[in-house]
Design a protein around this ligand. Structure first.
Ligand SMILES: [Zn+2]
Length: 341
């Protein structure tokens, strides 16, 4: 009797300890603040592609994916999509971290959600702070993707299969997303649509986000109406004249055969250009605050509550899309879009 109870006590102490331990190290329990603090820490040296801290960050992202229950895509051996980021100055080791959630539905189409985890590094010519921590650009987008992944992974059924992408080498010229489009892990004609997050942590008007290229596809009205039910306004791009649609990781997907000639044709001569691509856009909360690409883009510029609420609202919006949702390119003044075959 005595031994039994001792064993029982030992057992329960052991299982309590094991439970407490697994709970404390379970990355999916990390708060928005914890995830942001990890990515933005000075010891990450501004998350420049190919720099030493990126190796640890990639492992951390994989741990988050595993904890959430993401799986590598069926055609991929792991979450890592390695490539060489070629710039004018160097050839850098780069890695996209790509995971997927099965929809448990009849739809064989994918929705891609992503953000870039790289940033611009350090500038040792600066006096004082030399580290570009990139809290808003784009740790906020990576954290939003992780929160959304966590929410979607819990759903019994989704309208689309989901790809969660953390892109590398965006700041070197959208090279990570370009690499995926050139070496897709799923057939490109199976990707229905998607969006990339850029600067979604800014202290701006609460419950307000906006989408680039809003006039180009039906993703904007679809997401606008679903987000409205979540108490969020999805507005039109306030910086339309800057064509931010072409300046984030959505662009390699949306404009696969874009050339300088076509760009000139549209923006210099005012003529429409023929473009092949998948309707994919960027979403942002930033409204021109001065921290963009400055050393001051650190945790102090982040509205953690709004960032968390945004992520959950987007997850709920995705969950509430009907299963047969089709995202179409729309008539617009700049491009004659068509999907890849
Ligand atoms: Zn960015």
């Amino acid at each position: 009797m005595k031994y039994k109870s001792l064993n029982l006590i030992l057992l329960s102490v052991f299982s309590l300890t094991a439970c407490a331990q697994s709970k404390s190290v379970k990355p999916q329990e990390l708060s928005t603040e914890d995830m942001m603090a990890y990515l933005v820490d000075d010891n990450k040296l501004g998350r420049e592609t190919g720099s030493k801290p990126m190796i640890e960050i990639q492992q951390w992202l994989i741990e988050q994916y595993q904890a959430i229950g993401l799986k590598p895509l069926p055609n991929a051996k792991s979450f890592r999509q390695e490539f060489v980021a070629k710039t004018k100055k160097a050839e850098l080791d780069a890695v996209n971290i790509i995971g997927a959630i099965d929809c448990n539905c009849d739809n064989d189409k994918y929705l891609i959600i992503g953000a870039h985890y790289d940033h611009v590094g350090i500038n040792n010519k600066l006096k004082g702070d030399q580290i570009f921590n990139g809290a808003d650009d784009d740790a906020s987008g990576v954290v939003a993707s992780l929160i959304i992944a966590r929410e979607l992974a819990k759903a019994p059924k989704l309208p689309f299969n989901i790809i969660i992408a953390a892109w590398d080498a965006e700041e070197k010229g959208l090279l990570g997303s370009k690499h995926f489009v050139d070496n897709p892990l799923v057939p490109l004609n199976k990707i229905e649509s998607g969006f990339m997050f850029e600067l979604v942590g800014s202290k701006s008007e609460p419950n307000n986000a906006w989408m680039t290229g809003f006039a180009y596809s039906s993703l904007y009205p679809e997401m606008k109406s679903q987000l409205k039910k979540q108490g969020w306004t999805l507005g039109e791009d306030p910086f339309a004249e800057q064509f931010l649609f072409m300046r984030s990781d959505n662009a390699p997907f949306a404009m696969m055969d874009m050339t300088k000639e076509k760009s000139n044709q549209v923006f210099m001569e005012g003529k429409k250009a023929d473009i092949t691509g998948i309707p994919m856009h960027a979403m942002s909360i930033w409204k021109g605050q001065p921290h963009y690409h400055q050393v001051g883009d650190d945790l102090s510029v982040i509205d953690f509550e709004n960032l968390t609420n945004f992520s959950i609202a987007v997850a709920n919006a995705i969950k509430s899309l009907p299963e047969d949702t089709k995202i179409e390119w729309l008539e617009n003044p700049h491009f004659n879009f068509k999907r890849p075959q």
